[in-house]
Write a protein that binds this ligand. Sequence first.
Ligand SMILES: Nc1nc2c(ncn2[C@@H]2O[C@H](COP(=O)(O)OP(=O)(O)O)[C@@H](O)[C@H]2O)c(=O)[nH]1
Ligand SMILES: Nc1ncnc2c1ncn2[C@@H]1O[C@H](COP(=O)(O)OP(=O)(O)O)[C@@H](O)[C@H]1O
Length: 206
Amino acid sequence: MDYPGNLFVVSAPSGAGKSSLVKALLELDSHVQPSVSHTTRAPRGQEKHGREYFFVSEQEFDAMVAANGFVEWANVHGRRYGTSRKAIEERVALGADVVLEIDYQGALQIKQAFVNAVLIFILPPSWEELRSRLERRGEDAADVIDLRLKNAEEEMAQAGKFDFVIINEVFERALFDLKTIVHAQRLKYAAQRRARADTFESLNIP
Ligand SMILES: Nc1nc2c(ncn2[C@@H]2O[C@H](COP(=O)(O)OP(=O)(O)O)[C@@H](O)[C@H]2O)c(=O)[nH]1
Ligand SMILES: Nc1ncnc2c1ncn2[C@@H]1O[C@H](COP(=O)(O)OP(=O)(O)O)[C@@H](O)[C@H]1O
């Protein structure tokens, strides 16, 4: 499907810094809007229902799956996460750029449904740094951190399937890379749409 808005998908192993990077991008670029996912995991400290996630029960999640309410969903670290159709379709149809922070399984499902979606993978500079970021964040219990690090290996092996890979070592540099990808993509699709419009005009097709 082709929409006037662009879809950006950002994936990373837990702790690599994707939420911080996406948050900084949203503050800098008012044309980009976040997609708020649904999850069956419990909220962390400061998280609010409807802001970071819609926190729902297993039954509510089942009902949305049955109603075909998700464009993609996946099991991640033992919990379910999904992107509702409503979270993106209306907005890209109106020309907004939407950014999704989702795992690699969801990212690959999105690429099937939206061929023009841009997939971006964030890598940490090292294993040691990934662990210490998860510990410094101080939001997850030790066993949760261990599970996330164990899953990181499989997740990082998927980086090659993405359109772009950013190494988040120096934060400002990684943010610059992310902004550049967003701007370049906007220009690319704007140019493509213009070229298509010119072709229709020259052929006299309304
Ligand atoms: N497939 C899919 N993955 C999601 C969605 N929302 C969040 N995730 C992923 O679920 C994983 C866990 O997210 P979260 O519990 O917020 O932990 P964090 O990544 O450590 O901040 C991350 O890889 C997210 O990108 C979604 O709607 N769909
Ligand atoms: N480039 C960076 N250098 C040092 N710490 C970082 C960097 N990027 C993010 N962090 C920190 O690492 C932790 C994990 O970042 P977060 O954005 O929550 O990761 P994710 O959303 O990928 O799980 C947070 O405490 C964040 O402040």
